[in-house]
Design a binder for this molecule. Structure first.
Ligand code: CA
Length: 217
């Protein structure tokens, strides 16, 4: 009986350590996110601040943030500075969010940019739809490039390097080049670390513990 209880406790602890480590629902405000304009033809230097809009309704669900494209450079949402630093533990996890835009020419463009001091990584994706479109960006190398145009792949060690010295997380809002200028919204931004291997073992032990408890009843 005591073994079963202990295994259940371990299983609960293991479950609590998994899943989302960051989650922004924007239901009570923009949560420290800003709209910025980056030089996508250079090294993604910040050129200016864009127009932030926060809405308390209309998200997926609840509040969300949005911006209207007004610049010929790259407009994007910037995550709060509190989330950067050494984030190597994110490698193998994922970044997920809901995005929507009202006008798009359906070309692949960066939907996420990870900046570090010496290297950048862009994840290329096709445009979201006018309705909330879920985006799942794996934190492993396929789909990541060093350049805005998507031509120079990021290697495995380079992606780890970026995560280890992360200085910025950005979500792209640019999905159409010619007028009318698009308005893009963001909701439910989350980052998940990979599930640690020992948890699978603990879950198995948990199940065995449960069976042992049932048999003793
Ligand atoms: Ca929301």
């Amino acid at each position: 009986m005591k073994l079963g209880v202990m295994l259940f406790a371990l299983c609960t602890l293991a479950s609590a350590s998994q899943g989302n480590i960051l989650n922004y629902g924007f239901d009570d405000g923009p949560n420290g996110w800003r709209v910025v304009v980056l030089n996508h033809e250079g090294n993604f230097e910040q050129l200016g601040i864009g127009e932030d809009r926060w809405h308390s309704t209309g998200g997926n669900p609840g509040g969300y943030i949005e911006t209207q494209d007004w610049s010929s450079s790259w407009t994007c949402f910037r995550a709060p500075n509190t989330v950067v630093g050494n984030r190597l533990s994110w490698y193998g996890g994922s970044i997920e969010f809901d995005l929507r835009t009202d006008y798009a020419d359906n070309l692949a463009r960066p939907v996420v940019l990870l900046k570090s001091a010496g290297l950048n990584a862009c994840y290329q994706a096709v445009a979201p739809r006018p309705t909330w479109t879920h985006q799942a960006v794996p934190l492993t190398t396929p789909g990541w490039t060093k350049d805005f145009g998507g031509n120079i792949p990021v290697t495995d060690s380079e992606l780890r390097q970026v995560l280890e010295d992360l200085t910025g997380i950005y979500v792209g809002t640019e999905w159409q080049i010619s007028p009318p200028q698009e308005t893009t919204g963001l909701d439910n931004f989350s980052i998940s670390e990979p599930v640690p291997e020992p948890s699978a073992l603990l879950a198995l032990l948990c199940g065995l513990g449960g069976l042992a408890r049932l048999r003793k009843r």
